[in-house]
Design a protein around this ligand. Structure first.
Ligand SMILES: Cc1cc2nc3c(=O)[nH]c(=O)nc-3n(C[C@H](O)[C@H](O)[C@H](O)COP(=O)(O)O)c2cc1C
Length: 204
């Protein structure tokens, strides 16, 4: 299927965090296309140690929704105190909080380590560096296929609880929860700082 969003640069500029999603199921072949795109991402030393959990079971989704709710409530605090420029995002985050369990698929990108990771593993480039490219591939593939997705991490705030829900061994770490489904609204374009503000030449 060729759509405007199949164009790589168009997709890059129109892949936003889509939080309001319909409960309609995602066909298996479409889901496999997403995961296959993710699987083309690079990994350090080509270890190919990215792993994915596809959560569709209602009871499992509810457990992750409960973890996400706790973390979102702590993050949002009192909704009346939200700064005006943050209200749009926070309203969408609260919608997602209230519908998390209805979203057709929650995708969990993980990395498998040789040994149980310790200390500051999460900060090491070799750790997250081998999963984030796959995540971005998946987000772009979702956009190209007309699916909405959002990279979320709040639901992993209680990491031991999330790992227990997912049945992860101590050598496997989750990095995000990506709710995926067909969007209720329209895709917009991303808004980012201009390059002049973020690029330095030859030195800082
Ligand atoms: C590391 C990381 C963690 C994030 N965690 C969450 C999250 O827990 N919940 C959520 O709704 N969005 C989360 N996001 C999405 C960001 O809020 C979103 O990408 C940002 O506001 C830009 O939105 P846009 O891409 O629609 O322009 C996260 C994004 C990143 C990169």
């Amino acid at each position: 299927m060729t759509t405007e969003a199949s164009d790589l640069f168009y997709a890059i500029h129109h892949t936003r965090a889509m939080r309001r999603l319909k409960p309609d199921p995602i066909p298996d072949d479409v889901l496999m296309k997403l995961l296959d795109a993710a699987n083309q991402g690079p990994t350090g030393s080509n270890k190919q140690n990215a792993r994915w959990i596809v959560v569709r079971d209602p009871a499992q989704k509810q457990k992750l929704a409960d973890l996400n709710r706790t973390a979102v409530n702590a993050y949002v605090g009192n909704p009346d105190d939200i700064a005006p420029d943050m209200r749009g995002i926070v309203n969408a985050v609260m919608w997602q909080r209230d519908h998390f369990h209805e979203i057709p698929a929650l995708l969990i990108p993980c990395l498998k380590f040789d040994q149980p990771p310790t200390g500051t593993w999460a900060a090491g480039a070799g750790a997250g560096g081998s999963i984030w490219p796959a995540v971005q591939n998946l987000l772009l593939a979702a956009r190209a296929l007309g699916l909405g997705a959002a990279l979320t991490t709040l639901g992993l705030s209680d990491r031991p609880a999330a790992k227990a829900v997912l049945g992860l061994p101590d050598t496997v770490e989750p990095f995000a929860i990506i709710p995926v489904g067909y969007p209720t609204g329209n895709f917009g374009s991303v808004t980012r700082k201009p390059l002049e503000e973020i690029v330095h030449y030859d030195r800082w």
